[in-house]
Write a protein that binds this ligand. Structure first.
Ligand SMILES: *Cc1c(COP(=O)(O)O)cnc(C)c1O
Length: 381
């Protein structure tokens, strides 16, 4: 017991202690948070769908038609026609033969990697991939080969050195803590040439990137073997998914333990996800707004010599360095009614603690200008 108490004490001493904070209203640009009204610059609901009326009505209609819980796992009695409908819509949106829905994106990654890889598999993995990918690799007992973030030379070298018959490459499309994107055209070409199974995690791409909001693969016009993602970010619902060829999806149905041994997503979240996919296709205006606002904030911060990681996505990391300083700045901004969380180790590397700003299409330019001004003041004071 002592070692657990010690662990927490140590976190408190090194500014790595985390406290759960509670929102008191719908996730939107302006929210009630910890007892006061603040500007939220930290939502994954990029298109503002958490407060969308059609989404809310989809949930209410689903409750009236199908009740609340799913009542079983996907392979027993938990699957209902809403899951089928959602999977068909995903296949259409991602231009794949078949799709499979899991309870979360996390469960999807651990499930598909555990199913596809074993101790004889080598998994090539960008250093900054999402934690769920690393957990899936651990669970599979495969050999993990890391390559430098976005570095095609390093990837090619590592493939030459470590490739075996069963090799898999996994990369985030948009990197969740850095907001930059993988060069998928080149990566997919390399995997095809080397006969390596490719998986792209499109958690932050759906709804945001591509002409119809299909995500990073539409943006780059590429087709990896599997595209996985989550319905919890721009889609503002919950649930994970994977899309690919019929045979691979059939295999996952029989082998992915987080799919088999877990309760099916509820009819409520499933109906909300269906509604989100319908809406996302038509949200070109919001997508343009989101990307234009991201560009605006990035440019203003750069002009003010704030150290951001460059990119095009609505995830804008402001690199601070030490955890303590990042927390201080985040707290000072909260004093000014702005919430931008400090991201610290172990989520990011030591010495790269940061403020992680993320935008919604529904933020006003006025709010953004206010935030930029305060960020500059607080960082430079
Ligand atoms: C959020 C996220 C996940 C996990 O999805 P959940 O549905 O929240 O479990 C997986 N991969 C990436 C890159 C993510 O950002």
């Amino acid at each position: 017991m002592n070692k657990y108490i010690e662990y927490i004490r140590n976190l408190k001493e090194t500014d790595l202690y985390r406290k759960i904070k509670y929102l008191e209203s719908v996730q939107a640009p302006n929210v009630y948070f910890e007892g006061k009204k603040i500007l939220l610059l930290a939502s994954n609901s990029y298109l503002g769908l958490c407060e969308n009326k059609e989404m809310k009505n989809a949930a209410i209609d689903a409750i009236n038609a199908f009740g609340v819980g799913s009542g079983g796992s996907r392979l027993t009695t938990g699957s209902n026609i809403l899951h089928k409908k959602l999977e068909d819509k995903l296949s259409e949106l991602k231009k794949c033969e078949r799709s499979l829905v899991f309870s979360t994106g996390y469960a999807t990654n651990i499930g598909i990697i555990q199913a596809l890889a074993n101790k004889d598999t080598v998994v090539f993995c960008d250093r900054l991939n999402h934690a769920s990918i690393f957990d899936g690799i651990k669970l599979s007992c495969a050999k993990l080969v890391l390559y430098k973030h976005l570095d095609l030379n390093d990837l090619t070298k590592k493939i030459k050195k470590y490739k075996v018959e069963n090799s898999i490459l996994i990369t985030d499309g948009v990197f969740s803590m850095d907001g930059d994107i993988a060069p998928l055209k080149e990566i997919i070409e390399i995997t095809k040439r080397n006969n390596i199974l490719s998986i792209v995690d499109d958690a932050h791409g759906l709804g945001v990137l591509g002409k119809t909001g299909s995500g990073i693969c539409e943006y780059f016009d590429v087709k990896p073997d599997l595209i996985m993602g989550t319905l919890s970010k721009a889609a503002s619902s919950e649930g994970g998914y994977v899309c690919g060829d019929e045979e691979l999806i059939e295999y996952l149905i029989h082998k992915a333990r987080s799919f088999i041994y877990s309760t099916a997503p509820s009819p409520i979240t499933t109906a909300v996800s269906i509604c989100a996919l319908d809406l996302i296709k038509g949200m070109n205006f919001e997508r343009d707004e989101l990307l234009n606002k991201s560009k605006f904030v990035r440019e203003k911060l750069k002009e003010a010599n704030i150290n951001i990681i460059d990119g095009i996505t609505p995830i804008i990391p402001i690199i601070i360095g030490e955890a303590k300083r990042a927390v201080e700045i985040s707290n000072r901004l909260l004093d000014n009614n702005i919430f931008i969380p400090a991201i610290r180790p172990p989520t990011v590397k030591e010495g790269t603690s940061r403020l992680r700003l993320s935008l919604m299409a529904t933020h006003s330019y006025e709010d953004l200008e206010f935030a930029i001004k305060k960020i500059c003041e607080v960082i430079n004071e």
